[in-house]
Design a binder for this molecule. Structure first.
Ligand code: ZN
Ligand code: ZN
Ligand code: FE
Length: 749
C-alpha cells in the first residue's frame, strides 16, 4: 500500500482488521509504504482487502493498493513487524496531525484519565515531525524521550489492541509534559489553571504567546480592534493579513462564507490556514485583514488549542510568533527573549519543539486545493516524481518565501517554509533546516541547484558547499519544471510563468513568460513588454512609480498625469524627478513581470501609491474585479520579434480612459484581468501552431489569483490539457522542486 500510511496508526489498524477477519500473516513498513502478507481462506482474504480499502484510519490516505498471490505459509497469528527488524533502511518521519475525534471525546470526558489534558494524542493524531530529533521515528529520538512512561501509558503503548500502540508522543497527566504560564519578562506566574488564566488575559485584550506544534503563535482577541491594533504595532506588521483560529466549524461559519470544500479543508487532519471569504459584520475586527474581503481561518489542531478556544469569548488572532519577517520562535527561552515587548504573557510547556514548522496556507482555486504556503502537516510528505533522479539533489529555492527541496530516487521532499532570505537569522534557519532534512532523510546531495542570481544567499550557499556539483537554474524554468513534476509530465510543455520577478538568462528581470520547456532546456517563446522600474527596487514598493511608467509608455508626451487621482497624492517634485528618470532612461531597469502590471494597474485603479507588503496592491486589484464582467480591452501581440512581445499600451489607454470617465474600478479590474486571459490564450494558441498542441502548465505567483487562473484555464481547456498547481505552491515556495528537476536533467547529461 502506498500513500500516507506511515506514522498514522496504520499497522495497528491493519492488525486489528486482520484479527477481525480471521486472516494470519504480518504487516511491516518499508521504504515505499506498507507491505502486508496475508494468509487465509479466499473469502476471508477478499473481505480483508475490501475493508482495507474502505475504512482507513482518519489521517491515512491510501493512494494505491497492489495485490498479488504469494506462496502459502503456515502462520498461526497476525503480527506487526517492527521497523528496525525489517531491513535497517530509514523509516521516514510522518507529518504532524491534528487532534483526532477519539482523543477529543476523551479530552471532554470527566471520567477519562486524560480529561482536559493538553497533550493527549494517539496513533491517529498529534505531533510527529516537529518533535523528531532524528530517525528512525521512535520515542527515543523525539523530544518525548525525557518523559518516562507511567505503567498505564506503557500498557497502552505496548498493546496492539490499543489506539495508542506505538504512539510515540503518548503521555498523560501522571507522566507527560505540563503547562506553565510566564509573565512578560519570562518569570513563572502562579496559576492553578494556566489555560484559564491565559483565556482571561485574552478576553481582557492582552497579547499572549502560545506555544504550538511547530513554534509560537502570538494570540489576541480577533474581535477587538484595540487588541489587534496593539499586536500589529508591537509586531511591526502594519497591514499584512493575520490568521484567525475559530473554536470549531460552526464558529468558523459565523465568520466566513464557507463552501463544502472549504469546510473539508478546515477540518482535515492537516488543519491548514484556509483563505475564505469573510462575512460582513461578522465580529472580526477590521484590523485583522484591512481592506481585504478574505480572511485566513484555521481550526484548533492541538488539544491545547481546543481547550484555549473553548475558554475564550471570541475567535483568536493566531499569527507566527516573530517580529515581521524573522524566523519563527520555537524554544521557550528564545521565545521569551525575542517576543519580549510583544507578548504580555507566555503560555508554554516543557515538550520541546525539535524542528520548527510554520502553519500551511491553502486556498481553493478553480475547484482544487492550492497551496500558498506548504509547511506544517505537509512536511515531510514526499512528492512522487515522474522518473527517478540519478543523483541525490538539493534545490536551494528562491530568495523570497523560500523552501528547499531534497530528492532521491523517485521522491522529492520540499522542506518547511523558511521565509524571505534577507537577514542573517533566516540564513541560519535555512542552513540548519537543510542540514536537519539531510540527516532525517539520509540524503547526501551530489547536485545542488540554485538560482541564476549571483548575489542571492542561496547561490552563495550552493557555490560554497564542498563536494557537490552546483547547477544554476533560471527562475521561470524552475517554476515550469515544478508544475511539470507535480503533474508527472515529460515535456515539452507550454509553460506560462507569471510572477513579480526572477533573473533571466539575458540579465533582465523576467516574469511574464511563455516557455516551451523540457526539464533540461527551454525556449523563451513570448514575454510582456517591460515596464521600466524608475529607481530600481524602490518602484516595487512605491507602486505609483510603476503606474507613472505605464502611463508615460502608453501615451508619450500627452500622458494625462494631472487628471488621474493617483498622481494627485504624489508630491509634485517626486513626479517630476521620476518623470525625468523615465524620460532619460536613467536609473531604470526593465521588468517583464506580469506582477508589475498588476501593481501598476492596481495603483491607478485603486489610487494606491505604496505597496505595504509584497503583493498587496496586486491582491487588492484581484479582489476588486467584478466577477461577472465579460468585456476586455484591446492588446497587441508582436510576433515579428524573438521572443514575441505582448504589448499592453492600448490596454493602458483604454483603462485610463475609462477611469477618467469614472467607470467603477471593479469593471476596469475585471476588464484588465480578461485582457490578460485573452493575451495568454493568444500566445499559447500561436505557440501551439508552431510547436504543436502541448500540455499547458500555469505557474508563478500570479496564478494564486483565482480570477486569472480560472480565466486562463477556462479559455484554453477545450483545446489543451491545462495544469494548475495543487500540492506544490504556484509561487516561489514551489521553485525548489523545479530546480531539482532541471539540475538533475542537466547534470546527468
Ligand atoms: Zn488521537
Ligand atoms: Zn502516563
Ligand atoms: Fe517566481
Amino acid at each position: 500500500m502506498r500513500g500516507t500510511v506511515q506514522g498514522v496508526g496504520f499497522r495497528p489498524w491493519v492488525y486489528r482488521l486482520a484479527r477481525r477477519t480471521g486472516v494470519a500473516g504480518r504487516v511491516l513498513n518499508d521504504a515505499a509504504g506498507v507491505t502486508i502478507e496475508a494468509f487465509g481462506s479466499e473469502p476471508d482474504i477478499l473481505r480483508f482487502l475490501d475493508r482495507l480499502a474502505a475504512e482507513p484510519p482518519p489521517a491515512a490516505a491510501i493512494e494505491q493498493i497492489d495485490a498479488e498471490p504469494i506462496p502459502p505459509e503456515a502462520t498461526p497469528d497476525f503480527v506487526i513487524v517492527s521497523s528496525e527488524a525489517t531491513d535497517g533502511r530509514r523509516v521516514s518521519i510522518p507529518p504532524d496531525l491534528a487532534t483526532c475525534g477519539d482523543c477529543l471525546t476523551e479530552l471532554s470526558d470527566p471520567a477519562d484519565r486524560r480529561y482536559r489534558y493538553p497533550f493527549i494524542t494517539c496513533t491517529h493524531c498529534g505531533p510527529r515531525y516537529t518533535i523528531a530529533r532524528d530517525v528512525p521515528y521512535d520515542r527515543e529520538t523525539t523530544t518525548m524521550a525525557s518523559f518516562a512512561m507511567c505503567p498505564a501509558c506503557r500498557e497502552e503503548y505496548t498493546s496492539p489492541e490499543s489506539r495508542r500502540f506505538h504512539a510515540e508522543p503518548i503521555a498523560c497527566p501522571a507522566c507527560g509534559p505540563s503547562l506553565a504560564l510566564l509573565d512578560a519578562d519570562g518569570r513563572p506566574v502562579a496559576a492553578p489553571d494556566p489555560i484559564e488564566a491565559a483565556a482571561r488575559a485574552l478576553d481582557a485584550g492582552l497579547v499572549v504567546a502560545v506555544k504550538g506544534l511547530g513554534g509560537f503563535h502570538l494570540a489576541c482577541d480577533a474581535s477587538s480592534p484595540a487588541a489587534v491594533a496593539a499586536l500589529r504595532a508591537r509586531k511591526r506588521r502594519e497591514q499584512k493579513p493575520l490568521a484567525v483560529m475559530a473554536a470549531d466549524l460552526d464558529a468558523a461559519g459565523r465568520l466566513a462564507l464557507l463552501t463544502d470544500d472549504e469546510r473539508r479543508l478546515l477540518e482535515s487532519p492537516i488543519r491548514p490556514i484556509v483563505l475564505v471569504l469573510r462575512r460582513d459584520g461578522a465580529g472580526l475586527a477590521d484590523e485583522v485583514a484591512p481592506d481585504n474581503p478574505y480572511v485566513g481561518l484555521m481550526l484548533p489542531y492541538t488539544p491545547l488549542h481546543h481547550l484555549l478556544l473553548r475558554a475564550v469569548r471570541s475567535p483568536l488572532v493566531m499569527t507566527s510568533g516573530n517580529l515581521s519577517e524573522e524566523p519563527l520562535a520555537y524554544r521557550n527561552d528564545e521565545a521569551v527573549e525575542r517576543l519580549r515587548g510583544i507578548a504580555d504573557l507566555f503560555l508554554v510547556h516543557d515538550r520541546d519543539i525539535a524542528t520548527p514548522c510554520d502553519d500551511s496556507v491553502v486556498r481553493l482555486i478553480a475547484g482544487r486545493t492550492t497551496l500558498l504556503r506548504r509547511s506544517r502537516g505537509y512536511v515531510p510528505r514526499p512528492v512522487r516524481l515522474p522518473a527517478a533522479v540519478a543523483h541525490p539533489t538539493l534545490g536551494c529555492g528562491a530568495l523570497l518565501k523560500n523552501t528547499f527541496c531534497l530528492a532521491r530516487g523517485d521522491e522529492a521532499w520540499l522542506g518547511p517554509h523558511v521565509g524571505d532570505l534577507d537577514s542573517l537569522a533566516t540564513h541560519r534557519f535555512f542552513e540548519e533546516a537543510i542540514a536537519r532534512f539531510e540527516r532525517f532523510l539520509g540524503i547526501r546531495p551530489e547536485i545542488v541547484a540554485h538560482d541564476l542570481h549571483p548575489s542571492y544567499h542561496t547561490t552563495r550557499y550552493a557555490l560554497t558547499r564542498a563536494g557537490v556539483t552546483p547547477v544554476g537554474v533560471q527562475h521561470h524554468h524552475a517554476h515550469v519544471a515544478a508544475a511539470m513534476a507535480e503533474h508527472r509530465l515529460e515535456g515539452p510543455v507550454l509553460g506560462v510563468a507569471y510572477d513579480g520577478t526572477g533573473l533571466g538568462t539575458d540579465g533582465t528581470a523576467w516574469g511574464g513568460e511563455l516557455l516551451l520547456a523540457w526539464y533540461d532546456r527551454f525556449e523563451r517563446l513570448a514575454t510582456f513588454r517591460p515596464i521600466p522600474l524608475a529607481g530600481g527596487d524602490t518602484a516595487i514598493r512605491q507602486v505609483w512609480r510603476l503606474a507613472l511608467a505605464l502611463v508615460v509608455d502608453a501615451y508619450g508626451r500627452d500622458a494625462p498625469i494631472g487628471r488621474l487621482p493617483l498622481f494627485r497624492q504624489v508630491p509634485r517634485r517626486d513626479l517630476v524627478v521620476v518623470g525625468q528618470l523615465l524620460e532619460g532612461g536613467v536609473q531604470t531597469v526593465p521588468a517583464h513581470g506580469v506582477g508589475r502590471y498588476f501593481d501598476a494597474f492596481g495603483a491607478l485603479g485603486l489610487g494606491l501609491t505604496v505597496s505595504a507588503f509584497e503583493g498587496q496592491v496586486a491582491m487588492a486589484w484581484n479582489h476588486a474585479a467584478h466577477p461577472h464582467e465579460r468585456r476586455r480591452y484591446p492588446f497587441d501581440l508582436d510576433t515579428t520579434r524573438q521572443p514575441w512581445i505582448v504589448d499592453l499600451r492600448r490596454t493602458t489607454r483604454a483603462a485610463v480612459g475609462e477611469l477618467l470617465a469614472h467607470q467603477p474600478a471593479s469593471l476596469v479590474s475585471a476588464r484588465f484581468h480578461n485582457t490578460l486571459v485573452a493575451a495568454t490564450a493568444a500566445i499559447v494558441e500561436r505557440a501551439a501552431a508552431e510547436h504543436g498542441r502541448r500540455p499547458v502548465v500555469l505557474t508563478g505567483g500570479c496564478f494564486q489569483n483565482p480570477f486569472l487562473a480560472e480565466g486562463v484555464r477556462a479559455a484554453l481547456a477545450d483545446r489543451f490539457a491545462v495544469h494548475l498547481h495543487g500540492e506544490v505552491p504556484p509561487g516561489d515556495g514551489g521553485i525548489a522542486l523545479g530546480q531539482v528537476m532541471v539540475a538533475q536533467a542537466k547534470g546527468s547529461e
